[in-house]
Write a protein that binds this ligand. Structure first.
Ligand SMILES: NC(=O)c1ccc[n+]([C@@H]2O[C@H](COP(=O)([O-])OP(=O)(O)OC[C@H]3O[C@@H](n4cnc5c(N)ncnc54)[C@H](O)[C@@H]3O)[C@@H](O)[C@H]2O)c1
Length: 370
């Protein structure tokens, strides 16, 4: 945690647990947000996305980010009460103003709108400006999958990524998610930053005092680094692929594609025009794009073929490492199963302590371990 946490000085007890049930994490997030006047429905929308991130194994985008959302609401940079409005629409498209609401509140509205349009016309394509950080990109396409639709989401973010051949960060980590339904509750869920990894993975590595693999990041002098702190201290992430030799220009291109769908289509700030990450005194003014596509408007048997494709890939012979082949969404499915078997989500103790301090600071009941 990087915002409120550093300002809190109350010493937490030594006997805090590290495992927490999903319902308890959700209760805590909702109460923290409501303590700052955020309506329960909006606080719940945020809590659900954060808990889903933790359950799926992306703790960089779960409750770890709570103090960022809290901080922005407390400083009135983000409006916890706001709900989105439609600026203009056709049968299959819409441009929405997020009115500076919480990212998940704005994004659920837009994905639901895209789903409604896709059911009626085959496709719903919704762009939104005036939003805030929406959490894991995969949350929204997974909603479309529950309706038997293909879902996609995209968002721009503050610049952390250096372009191929460049020195300065001009592109966000701009994630892409595409999810598609298969048979028996199976689904494909690609959810990925267009940089080597999300910036959050470096924050978590720093929290755990661990090095990062070579090839992910540069320090502020443009030199490769394996120290996450060096990247977080005005360094850069490389686009997906890495350096030019390893086709990093493809990740750079994908980051730009996200901007075409987000900042450029919605007429909002894009790339280098977006405010600096964490040094925030003004609204984030992020934009997102949500797409729902209805397979029923195409060839029959979509889910059968999806299952066949995914199962074929999974059943292919592994390399000498012997590990089974996975398709996008499988690692998160395995993590979800592990959380279920463990009876809760396990957090690093440093994070648990910060959350306890946050609870005391806000006069909210701290999370009770499982
Ligand atoms: N809101 C934001 O501003 C923002 C910005 C960047 C990233 N994010 C989020 O951060 C999270 C992490 O992003 P990331 O790019 O670091 O994710 P990642 O690299 O861990 O995973 C990316 C994708 O690869 C798949 N995958 C992983 N291992 C695999 C394997 N061995 N075989 C097949 N598929 C595999 C995963 O299922 C996932 O779909 C995502 O949820 C993303 O939406 C959010």
């Amino acid at each position: 945690m990087s915002f409120l946490g550093e300002r809190l000085s109350i010493t937490p007890p030594d006997n805090l647990g590290t495992k927490y049930r999903e319902e308890e994490v959700e209760r805590f997030v909702v109460e923290c947000m409501m303590s700052q006047g955020v309506p329960r429905a909006n606080a719940t929308a945020l809590a659900e996305v954060l808990v889903a991130a933790d359950v799926r194994g992306h703790i960089s985008h779960g409750i770890f980010r709570l103090d960022m959302y809290m901080s922005e609401v407390m400083k009135k940079i983000c409006d916890g009460h706001a709900t989105p409005t439609i600026i203009k629409e056709s049968v299959s498209t819409a441009l929405v103003d997020g009115n500076n609401g919480l990212g998940p509140v704005v994004s659920n509205f837009c994905m639901d709108l895209a789903i409604k349009k896709a059911k009626a016309t085959g496709i719903g394509w919704v762009c939104v400006k005036g939003s805030n950080h929406f959490g894991i990109a995969g949350w929204y396409p997974m909603t479309a999958v529950k309706h038997g639709l293909i879902g996609m989401s995209f968002t721009n973010t503050s610049s952390l990524v250096v372009p191929t051949r460049g020195k300065n960060n001009i592109m966000g980590t701009n994630p892409i998610s595409v999810a598609a339904p298969a048979k028996k509750d199976d689904s494909f869920v690609l959810d990925m930053a267009t940089s080597m990894v999300s910036g959050g993975k470096l924050e978590i590595a720093h929290l755990k005092n661990q090095p990062i693999p070579e090839g992910w990041a540069l320090n502020k002098h443009g030199k490769p680094t394996t120290d996450p702190k060096e990247m977080l201290d005005d360094g850069s992430l490389l686009p997906l692929g890495g350096t030019e030799l390893y086709s990093g220009y493809k990740g750079f291109g994908l980051g730009m594609m996200v901007e075409i769908f987000c900042g450029i289509l919605s007429g909002a700030p894009y790339a280098h025009n977006i405010r600096t990450w964490t040094k925030s005194t003004s609204p984030a003014d992020l934009s997102h794009c949500f797409v729902a596509l209805n397979p029923a408007f195409f060839a029959n048997g979509f889910e059968d073929r999806m299952s066949d494709l995914m199962d074929h890939c999974r059943g292919e012979e592994p390399d000498e490492g012997g590990k089974a082949i996975q398709v996008a969404g499988d690692p998160e499915r395995a993590h979800t199963q592990k959380v279920k078997e463990d009876g809760g989500i396990t957090y690093p103790i440093t994070l648990v302590k910060t959350l306890w301090q946050l609870a005391k600071h806000l006069d909210v009941t701290p999370m009770q371990s499982a």
